[in-house]
Design a protein around this ligand. Structure first.
Ligand SMILES: *Cc1c(COP(=O)(O)O)cnc(C)c1O
Ligand code: SF4
Length: 329
């Protein structure tokens, strides 16, 4: 029997059928603002922990909208592509992306605990490009050969769906490269599966000589409940720097009041806002795009009402650019 309280068991117990979730939330599919797509190449997946923060009976709930597949996804729109940010051009080894000076990104896995419909990597060829175990040493060799690299970013998918054993091996191998000073994890798990932040993981991150940065991904203040707060506090107590990135999403968080509330809420739980991303134009996500003019107006409102350290940088990712591109300077 699987222990029902482990994070692995919770991951295995995620909702994989939108109609079951809607039933549990007491929502009639006919009341949804957009029809749901029941067959989809990018499967439906959401943890029960995240679903428990959705409002019962609310077909427009902002957490629900992030995960519910809509028939809009099948539409083609000009400017929306399979590889919107040029990831495939930046691959040095399978699983190793080197776009920006001084830091490299490892695609450690294609798996996530939740499938966000707006995901920029929803069409990424993970089968070919994830960091398979046997290729791991090759990628690490490449990193070792380039002493200008001082930071390794674990990404995916979500690096925290890897087992502690796998992470320990990876972190140890990275820490053995003398030029690497910082280890960064980009993960949604502290938000969507807070039980993942277990004692063993904390010990791995605490013992390494590397400075650790965890960039969480929260789009809405309703995502941050007590359980999330505790997971984040446990990370902070290990001296880990906590940052957040948000994707600006139409009908979910495209509102200055809401985003200032999110910044304050993040600060309460020990996290500083880092990036506010304009949507990457991945095929099937155009219904989430916020018009640039509106995005700028939201950003100016944030600047005028928040202390500087609570204003995330508003950026977009452009193919071939030397960094994320700030929308306004
Ligand atoms: C976004 C990204 C990074 C990180 O960029 P920062 O501005 O340092 O947060 C690094 N590598 C790749 C390939 C990226 O897409
Ligand atoms: S957790 Fe991140 S990588 Fe995974 S589906 Fe969501 S946005 Fe995409």
């Amino acid at each position: 029997m699987i222990m029902s309280n482990t994070w692995q068991a919770q991951l295995a117990d995620a909702y994989i059928d939108p109609l079951t979730l809607l039933k549990d939330l007491g929502i009639d599919p006919n009341d949804l603002p957009e029809k749901i797509a029941l067959r989809n190449d990018f499967a439906f997946k959401v943890t029960r922990s995240f679903a428990a923060r959705m409002k019962l009976g609310d077909p427009r709930d902002p957490l629900l909208r992030q995960v519910l597949p809509s028939i809009e996804e099948a539409k083609m729109a000009p400017g929306f592509h399979l590889d919107p940010v040029g990831d495939l051009d930046a691959i040095e080894e399978p699983g190793l992306l080197h776009k920006y000076q001084g830091r490299v990104l490892l695609i450690t896995t294609g798996a996530c605990a939740i499938h966000c419909r707006y995901c920029f990597r929803r069409n990424f060829p993970y089968q070919e490009q994830q960091l398979a175990k046997r290729r791991e040493s090759l990628s690490l060799e490449r990193i070792k050969e380039d002493p200008s690299i001082s930071e390794v970013i674990l990404s995916g998918g979500d690096p925290l769906v890897l087992s502690n054993e796998r992470l320990r091996t990876l972190v140890t191998a990275i820490a053995a490269i003398p030029s690497i000073e910082r280890l960064r994890l980009h993960t949604r798990l502290p938000i969507v599966l807070p039980s993942r932040i277990d004692q063993e993981l904390l010990a791995i991150l605490q013992k390494t000589r590397l400075k650790v940065i965890v960039v969480i991904h929260s789009n809405h203040p309703n995502e941050i409940n007590d359980e999330v707060h505790q997971a984040l506090e446990a990370l902070s107590l290990q001296g880990i720097t906590l940052l957040n990135q948000t994707v600006l999403l139409k009908g979910i968080n495209d509102d200055a009041d809401l985003l200032s509330h999110l910044s304050h809420r993040l600060f309460e739980v020990g996290v500083l806002p880092y990036y506010l991303h304009l949507l990457d134009r991945a095929q099937g996500t155009q219904h989430f795009e916020v018009e640039e003019r509106k995005a700028k107006a939201i950003y100016e409102a944030l600047l005028s009402r928040l202390p500087g350290y609570l204003v995330p940088k508003m950026v977009r990712e452009e193919k071939g650019a030397p960094s994320k591109t700030p929308l306004i300077g």
